[in-house]
Ligand binder design. Sequence first.
Ligand code: ADP
Ligand code: MG
Length: 391
Amino acid sequence: MQKLQDLAAHVATEFEKVYGRPPRWIAAAPGRVNIIGEHTDYNDGFVLPMAIEFYSMMAADRPVDGREVITLRSTLETEVATIDLSRPVVPTTPKWGNYPRGVVAGFQAWGIQPGGLDVLLHSTVPLGSGLSSSAALEVCTATLLEAVTGTTLDPVEKALLCQKAEHDYAGVPCGIMDQFISALGREDHLLLLDCRTRKTEIVPMQDPSVALLIINTNVKHELSGGEYAERRTQCEEAARNLGVASLRDVTAGLLEAGKSKMSETAYRRARHVIGEIARTVQAAQGVRHSDWPTVGRLMAASHAALRDDYEVSCPELDAVVEIAEAIGEKGGVYGCRMTGGGFGGCCVALVKASSLDAITKKIATDYKARTGIAATIFSSRPAAGATILKR
Ligand code: ADP
Ligand code: MG
């Protein structure tokens, strides 16, 4: 929380530098890391993310001239985004402005008029690293608008409004995980989310002897673009051939019995998804019991399946996992896996808090030696979801 207050003070100062007066409102929303449950969301499965202590934060005030315009400045962008509220709010340039634009449109669709605003945006979530700076930005915008308009949305409705903003305004067909955890995260808790029913359950993770390490490989392999859609199609093929609506309805036994009904590739994709859904539920149970060796083993199994069956890993992600596995439980690593869609981005490792520094150094050194790339490594406790810091 202290970190958040310090950040709020920083953002208030930045606001004052740009707009020449202190802000009236400040809101924040966190990024996230998914502990386990990868590529399960669009298969109606479970995911187990946590909010991280890295935030998108907005400071705002009414414009001095009283105009019905929202002016957005980001500390990370030179181009200013404006939203003229006297016209229909549609996607335009700069592109980064489309995330908040979609949220503003969502509020309007609900009959809530935000009115003109001067906004300064700052983010400590690294952009485009798979830690969901986009959802943080959307949920931060929605939280700011709640403060400004004096409304409180149901957090689930708020998350869905933000997801719609990303679909319709940023053109990204994302699932529901990122916005849900950014809106509903609780300090010292993970969130078990059932992507089929949208039911959530908070899972306490209060044991101070463990920590999560996030290792950014700092690579993002450019793909032809069809990989994500292709995986989805293969999962649909497997489900269809097994006569069910989604892979959520398939057990490992059913898959084996129906193996001959699908291509070898579809079979392997399904094997990952079905295994991963089960692992995610088991991992949540392991966290509840502070059974870290079990959670770590499930994370390792998740990575192996993503690498071998789902084929969404890459040499750099595999290198991090191999280095972490070489350190092993003796050295304080319970488990490590790629997190996010794959082909680059981050790994997440469950480690002993007392070994945090030694593990960080070891991974940094060995990763650099193996790949020639410097990783960015940081740790986070499970953080709280979106908050209004000044109203
Ligand atoms: P991720 O969500 O994994 O960080 P995305 O590609 O989904 O990656 O979202 C990143 C995009 O979100 C950026 O390219 C930018 O358009 C927008 N964005 C997020 N935070 C900010 C910010 N503080 N300032 C400007 N744009 C931002
Ligand atoms: Mg994103």
